[in-house]
Design a binder for this molecule. Structure first.
Ligand SMILES: C[S@@+](CC[C@H](N)C(=O)[O-])C[C@H]1O[C@@H](n2cnc3c(N)ncnc32)[C@H](O)[C@@H]1O
Length: 272
């Protein structure tokens, strides 16, 4: 059930999504594990590979946090490159998959079960924080999460994350031709909500426009240095949910924000 018009609070959102990811982690890893690779860092369904684009720069010796790490494929790739990478995720089941991949790959990623809005680390301990579709599309209070990321990053540290491209919001999440017709308003921030038969919220995704992201990042102490919109590569036929070669030729699916933490204290957030 969707389109309920509900606006769950951040706590309800986190509770629902923790349960959803615990229930669906096995299917997610089964369906996407080969594409993600046990030790690999792709930024999204277009397969943009950190080994090719170097959005995080040289990572050897860097202290790196992966937010919403799932089974930790990205953090594991970073460790293989010499980074001191660790991960956090809300879902216990996803982190059990991280343990499984530690065993099969021989590269162990230290992970913690935590909400991105309450990171269990001291101030300024990371050089880099990254996230590949982890947490950011799912959180109700994105400013609280960005404040946490700013807090644990040292001044001048990098924050690079991918999320669903905001333009996608206007289109049905359909990999076929129906997914090419804008049916919703890009400007409507009503979250996507699924409920069970008793009316309980079971899954939530939140929409922010490009402007919302820029304002949220600015007010939490970041300078945006790049916005990467990966094109669908020739030869990639694999679909991922609503991401497909057909839609990928016409509209962007992924937005990757590259940011630097400014040295000064973050400003108070503004409403618009
Ligand atoms: C689409 S998966 C991406 C996982 C991994 N980065 C990958 O590429 O496979 C999203 C992940 O974000 C996690 N997540 C969702 N909400 C979160 C939150 N509030 N705090 C931390 N992690 C969260 C989920 O448990 C899930 O593992």
């Amino acid at each position: 059930m969707s389109g309920t018009g509900r606006r769950p609070d951040p706590t309800t959102t986190a509770r629902a999504n923790r349960s959803w990811w615990d229930l669906n982690a096995d299917d997610y890893q089964h369906e996407h594990g080969e594409f993600l690779r046990d030790v690999g860092f792709v930024w999204g369904p277009e397969g943009l590979d950190e080994a090719d684009v170097h959005l995080l720069g040289e990572v050897r010796g860097r202290r790196v946090l992966e937010v919403g790490c799932g089974a930790g494929q990205c953090a594991r790739w970073l460790r293989a490159r010499g980074a001191e990478a660790v991960g956090v995720d809300l879902s216990y089941r996803q982190l059990q998959h991280a343990r499984r991949l530690d065993d099969t790959s021989g590269i162990a990623v230290p992970v913690a079960g935590a909400d991105a809005g309450r990171l269990p680390f001291r101030d300024g301990v990371f050089d880099v924080v990254c996230s590949a579709f982890g947490a950011l599309p799912f959180v109700g209070d994105v400013v609280a999460v960005l404040r946490e990321v700013a807090r644990v990053l040292r001044p001048g540290g990098l924050w690079v994350f991918s999320t669903t491209h905001p333009v996608r919001w206007a289109f049905p999440d359909d990999p076929g031709r129906d997914g090419l017709v804008a049916r919703l308003s890009y400007f409507d921030r009503t979250p996507y909500v699924e409920t069970d038969e008793s009316g309980r919220t079971t899954y939530v995704e939140h929409h922010r426009t490009v402007g919302d992201w820029i304002r949220a990042l600015h007010t939490t102490g970041f300078t945006v240095t790049n916005l990467v919109e990966p094109e669908w590569p020739a030869g990639l036929e694999q679909t991922w949910g609503g991401w497909s070669p057909l839609r990928g030729r016409h509209i962007p699916g992924t937005a990757i924000f590259s940011c630097v933490r400014r040295p000064e204290q973050p400003e108070r957030p503004t409403q618009s």
